[in-house]
Ligand binder design. Structure first.
Ligand code: TYD
Ligand code: MG
Length: 456
């Protein structure tokens, strides 16, 4: 349907849902009060834009397409390379999202530094900070060489010009929410502007074969359009997450056209920028109390990587009629379900107990393999009986109290062995797959009642 030239539409600033009239709640993402009125961009921009430049105009046979090993540029940071699937692909468009202040600019400036030291031409375009501010940040990070150029600009026409003139290998756009096109009348940061900016950058990346990183802020208030509205346009989406108060940061791949998703990279924010954490398990377990009840170590998979985490539980007598239940870092309903299983299948009387479950270190874990750990931590706290420090457990717990199989048992057990654990409690059905691993005691359990009978 052709819209008249000066009509307006309403966009959800969270997910980009488009509506002809204002809505209180977005039907797409269920956010409240996220609709903002924006003028419709003139239709001449839309149609021609969506073609990938440099491509043949006629359909091709799959067998005719020649494929050489894509050239990947290493970022100089193994954690980031892993999330990207082995390095930066030429001509790719990568979105780096995250809360303001989490460290996106820092990470990308460090990447710039490494790439420049590797002899690649890099252009860092900032619409948020002045050259002086970038210099201050750069001074904390370290020495830079001549291959990196900085440019403060928010007009897309100018940026396009500069990229075409300088032909860098890698371009950083910090951030997409500050970029604007003059011929679109809505404000920078609105859905139309952010989409248009990304589409211009996509053309540039594919057309000139430069790799482009764009930074996108995630905002809960919805004052600027979130990166969610661009996820479908870019090749790779990375989200930077982590507690602002904790020093570590996790970089998570949620979409990757050139590699696997679900990979994570772990970083630590230090005085001189972000530092890689090659062994997150050690990092997560540092500070674990010895011989304290209600604490147990579990192994969770983050992509292909096993990470050991401490689960803590505190169960105590409730002083009010309705017991309090609270969870940090794990699913509240899951914990309630597991407590109900314990009451019904093992006969623990916890109906008048408060219960608090915490994933130490501030990680958020949804994997069902942590069920067994949560159950053990709750029982340990309830009975005030510490679990041996050399024990690690994982397994999914079902409603009848059975301990069910989980994936990648071998790598989990290997990780536990590597970090010096002596006993591994795993689902009974998984015993077969790990019988070759020596040097660690492996106990298979069929249900939660069996776990309770173990002498630990
Ligand atoms: P920044 O990269 O500016 O965040 P974003 O671009 O995602 O908004 O990160 C800013 C935070 O990082 C700020 O709170 C200070 C901290 N920081 C350090 O702790 N050490 C450093 O060397 C740098 C550069 C920043
Ligand atoms: Mg920034």
């Amino acid at each position: 349907m052709a819209k008249s030239k000066n009509s307006t539409v309403f966009f959800c600033q969270n997910c980009g849902y488009e509506s002809a009239k204002w809505l209180g709640q977005c039907p797409g993402c269920k956010q409240w009060n996220s609709f903002v009125e924006e003028p419709v961009s003139s239709s001449k921009t839309a149609s021609k834009k969506n073609r990938i430049p440099g491509q043949e105009k006629k359909p091709a046979l799959l067998s005719e397409i020649s494929l050489q090993e894509e050239d990947r540029i290493t970022t100089g940071m193994a954690e980031l390379d892993r999330v990207l699937g082995g390095g930066i692909v030429e001509g790719s468009l990568t979105l780096v999202g995250g809360d303001p202040g989490i460290g996106k600019s820092t990470l990308l400036l460090q990447v710039c530094r490494n790439l420049a030291l590797g002899g690649h031409e890099v252009l860092y375009i900032s619409g948020e900070e002045s050259l002086k501010q970038i210099k201050l940040r750069a001074n904390r990070i370290g020495e830079f060489n001549e291959k990196l150029r900085l440019y403060c600009e928010t007009s897309l026409e100018e940026i396009e010009e500069v990229i075409k003139r300088n032909k860098p290998k890698v371009v950083i756009i910090d951030s997409v929410q500050t970029m604007y096109r003059e011929d679109i009348s809505s404000a920078p940061g609105s859905v139309s502007q952010v989409r248009e900016a990304t589409s211009v950058l996509l053309q540039l990346a594919k057309g000139l074969n430069v790799s482009v990183f764009i930074v996108g802020h995630v905002t809960k208030e919805g004052t600027v359009a979130g990166p969610r509205v661009l996820e479908h346009m870019v090749d790779t989406v990375l989200y930077f997450e982590g507690d602002r108060n904790a020093s570590y940061r996790i970089l998570r791949g949620v979409k990757n056209r050139f590699g696997s998703t679900n990979e994570i990279g772990v970083f630590e924010m230090a005085q001189e920028g972000l530092r890689e954490v090659p062994n997150p398990s050690e990092f997560m377990l540092s500070g674990k109390p010895l011989d304290a009840s209600g604490s147990v170590v579990v192994c969770s998979m983050e992509g292909t990587r096993p990470i050991l985490i401490e689960i803590q539980a505190l169960v105590c007598q409730s002083n009010f009629g309705i017991p309090r239940r609270q969870c940090i870092g794990t699913d509240f309903n899951r914990v309630n379900l597991l407590m109900a299983v314990l009451e019904k299948r093992v006969g623990l009387q916890m109906a008048n107990c408060d219960a608090y479950v915490n994933i130490a270190g501030g990680l958020k874990i949804q994997e069902p393999a942590t069920d067994l750990g949560i159950v053990m931590a709750i029982v340990s706290s309830f009975k005030n009986r510490p679990i041996d420090n050399g024990v690690i457990a994982f397994g999914e717990v079902g409603l009848s109290g059975e301990v069910r199989a989980v994936s990648m048992v071998q790598s989990r057990v290997q990780e536990a062995k590597k970090l010096g654990f002596s006993t591994c409690i795993i689902p009974y059905v998984c015993l077969e797959s790990v019988k070759e691993i020596k040097g660690i005691q492996i106990i298979g359990v069929k249900n939660v009642a069996e776990v309770m009978d173990l002498q630990m």
